[in-house]
Design a protein around this ligand. Sequence first.
Ligand code: FAD
Ligand code: NAI
Length: 466
Amino acid sequence: MATYDLVVIGTGPGGYVCAVRASQLGMKVAVVEKNATLGGTCLNVGCMPSKALLHASEMFEEAGHSFAKMGVSVSAPKLDLPSMMNFKQQGIDGNVKGVEFLMKKNKIDVLKGSGKILGTGKVEVSADGKSQIVDTKSIVIATGSDIARLKGIEIDETRIVSSTGALSLDKVPGKLLIVGAGVIGLELGSVWHRLGAEVVVVEFLDRILPGMDGEIAKQFQRILEKQGFAFKLGAKVTGVDTSGKTLKATIEPAAGGAAETLEADVVLVAIGRVPYTDGLGLKEAGVALDNRGRVQIDPHFATSVKGVYAIGDVVAGPMLAHKAEDEGVAVAEIIAGQAGHVNYDVIPGVVYTTPEVSSVGKTEEELKQAGVAYTVGKFPFTANGRSKVNQTTDGFVKILADAKTDRVLGVHIIGREAGEMIHEAAVLMEFGGSAEDLARTCHAHPTRSEAIKEAALAVGKRAIHM
Ligand code: FAD
Ligand code: NAI
């Protein structure tokens, strides 16, 4: 008799959510976690700490630059970085405790240690030189991802940092050089820029935020440049000299050509993340990986070994916490004999900067490439009443709809609160709704969400306020 119905390896958003859903479905469940705290990358060194610092640094920036124009007179704010880091830590602790509570509430055993798969139904858990073998009917691999490294550039997490070090700097760098204009580079660049750092971003491609709608990314770059960001696009960092008091980074054009040197106090390497499978014993157990080192799964999250499944950052797809969570729910339901499913066409993405950038569904570039005939409806926040009174008019809403059927295929927003606004589009798309459906839905006035309704009206060339 197996001790457990399910053992989940990893307690990030994929793993712990999977464990809770499985417990709800009547399974006896254990989670294995090698980190001292539960919650994975997201809670400990990812989503949560970065959002705490984004919030705190935004308040700092607002107090210094926006209060006076609203008639709120305060003296220039002073930065107390240790207190800001304490605020961040309180947020992490609160969320980690929340996951511990959920494990207790759902009667899920927490096995502290490193998990290794010995084959179908057997997991070895090792900690402090001791190990135990746990019998289980099913295993879910939810071991997440790790930072991608640049050849020849050693991350010491003090002067040359990954996102983890950039979340815990002990002083504001005079000059911060960021390698990679992706989500991490732009979010953490925003944090330190608001707190006083000069920020230069070096990006290999000729654009920022690859994968996001091109028109939105272009406008976002202009806004960030207005805020003070400097970008070097089509360039790569090939080395960092650490011998002097300041770092000297060698930058080369991506297409080849003369190199230049840029000085910086801190270099943040943010060039993506890679699946994490170290120590899991996958090769010996016969669990197949794809050509990018991700655990290979079929449409039902099953790996090449019977009874072993995988979800989250360690498998293909966007490396996002909510994608991992939804896969966790789906695989638990599948193991329980139900029809668990994730709709990969409707996974929102948000960049939590100011303004925020959010997106769901297809970009204009993807529709062009697929040869789909589409119509575009756009509405700027400069024409939205609420944004005007708040004087936060940067950005616009863009809706892409099928030219024949009017079905909404993609929605892209740049603007304040874009990350909250995107979900009405996600619900609409989940139900296969049209731009007309959105345009005929009453929206409260005055809200920023009215810009979505107006963009939907603009698909049919009948926006009212433009
Ligand atoms: P993880 O969260 O990585 O968890 C994996 C867990 O498995 C870890 O706790 C690890 O210790 C454990 N583990 C690994 N191997 C073993 C083993 N052999 N035995 C036992 N335990 C093991 N996503 C968003 O959606 N929104 C955001 O705002 C966001 N912000 C981010 C900011 C930063 C700075 C970073 C780095 C990432 C961010 N992400 C964000 C991405 C998000 O963190 C990941 O997509 C998400 O954490 C993936 O969840 P997961 O459960 O697959 O893996
Ligand atoms: P990313 O994939 O978003 O961006 C990496 C960038 O680095 C790309 O623009 C890429 O072209 C560039 N790059 C790669 N190699 C380079 C080189 N040698 N020189 C210069 N540029 C180079 O990866 P990032 O920002 O590291 O984030 C990792 C993951 O974490 C992402 O998949 C993201 O989904 C997730 N994340 C999500 C957040 C959110 O949802 N708000 C926040 C932070 C991270």
